[in-house]
Design a protein around this ligand. Structure first.
Ligand code: SF4
Length: 334
């Protein structure tokens, strides 16, 4: 019998109303009928350009937003049908690491004053003294030593890299089963990014949580997935266009959007040599969610678009051991 996924996103749609005082109000569909599964101790990299709905999907998986339709199941249970105490337990089990660590913490509190209350509130520890001991342990794990020194500091006295470690420590101190890392390393200097990903994966080995790793940077997604193993889901204008085992998607992308994104990253590994030249985009302009193109949303930019692509929405179908939303997926199998 196959193991039940930790988290299931089932045909989820989320709309927002944009505009207001100076522009007409318009409904936009940030997440469009998306399904996704994340297993126990599994990694999924969710990749797409800015504004494609990735962060909205991340917030939906955490219960920070409610879907307009569809379901989010955590350990088989619909999170929006949970009782108050079950939902609170789910929220403790599902943590987030934001892009900007400085906005995640109160600037007038020390690191201890920010990190201790969630531990006590969630009954992870009985009191402040035990919280101090737990946090010393976790800060040491993320390489912030001596931990006492960092616990007594204010955020302004920390570097970006140190703050990102603090946010990671805050997330793992609650021993969650699931972490959404939303552009978690994007603000770090390039030299620190790989180290931060390594640390995340090291902590995964210790604590056994699953990651939804959200990024616009396919290069860092590739590093994360090839090092930590897992799946990649490519998102375009609110829809998943390709999803599958990370190394297979990276080495042999099928969907034209994934193919084009792959051209944007260097290929230092000879095993990843492309077997065919990949044409460039017809347009560099990313359509806005307010004006989603008809048919295949990618057709105005797709180098392979045909008439049918303007008219008919391609369904996400199982293909060559992954899911692909393209009318002509068969043509792009290597
Ligand atoms: S359905 Fe057509 S436009 Fe869309 S990705 Fe496939 S070939 Fe390109």
């Amino acid at each position: 019998m196959s193991e039940e996924p930790l988290l299931q996103v089932v045909k989820v749609t989320k709309n927002f109303v944009k505009g207001g005082l100076f522009s007409p109000r318009k409904a936009v569909r940030a997440v469009d009928n998306v399904s996704l599964e994340i297993g126990m101790v599994e990694n999924v990299a969710l990749v797409g350009e800015s504004g494609c709905g990735k962060s909205t999907l991340g917030k939906l998986t955490l219960g920070l937003l409610k879907p307009d339709s569809g379901k989010i199941l955590f350990e088989g249970k619909d999170i929006w049908s949970m009782k108050k105490d079950e939902f609170a337990k789910f929220r403790r089990n599902a943590q987030i690491i934001h892009q900007d660590p400085y906005t995640s913490l109160n600037p007038v509190r020390t690191i201890f004053q920010s990190l201790a209350p969630p531990l006590i509130r969630n009954k992870e520890v009985p009191n402040g003294k035990a919280a101090y001991e737990r946090l010393k342990e976790v800060l040491t794990m993320v390489g912030l030593t001596p931990p006492e020194d960092f616990l007594n500091r204010y955020p302004a006295r920390m570097s970006g890299g140190q703050m990102q470690r603090i946010i990671l420590a805050r997330a793992v101190s609650l021993r969650p089963k699931f972490i959404v890392a939303d552009e978690a390393v994007s603000m770090l200097d390039a030299s620190l990014r790989l180290g931060a990903v390594d640390l995340m994966l090291e902590l995964q080995k210790k604590f056994g949580m699953s990651y939804l790793f959200i990024t616009h940077d396919l290069g860092i997604a590739r590093y994360f997935i090839l090092k930590g193993r897992g799946k990649i889901a490519m998102m375009y204008l609110g829809s998943i266009v390709e999803a599958g085992e990370g190394d297979s998607v990276i080495q042999k992308p099928i969907h034209p959007y994934t193919q084009v994104m792959m051209t944007a990253i260097s290929v230092p590994d000879p095993k990843l040599t492309r077997s065919r030249p990949i044409p460039s985009l017809r347009s560099l302009e990313v359509p806005r969610l307010e004006q989603v193109p008809s048919g295949c949303k990618f057709h105005p930019r797709c180098p392979y678009a045909e008439k049918v692509c303007e008219e008919k929405v391609p369904e996400l179908r199982a293909f060559d051991s992954r899911l692909v939303a393209c009318h002509f997926a068969e043509r792009f199998v290597h």
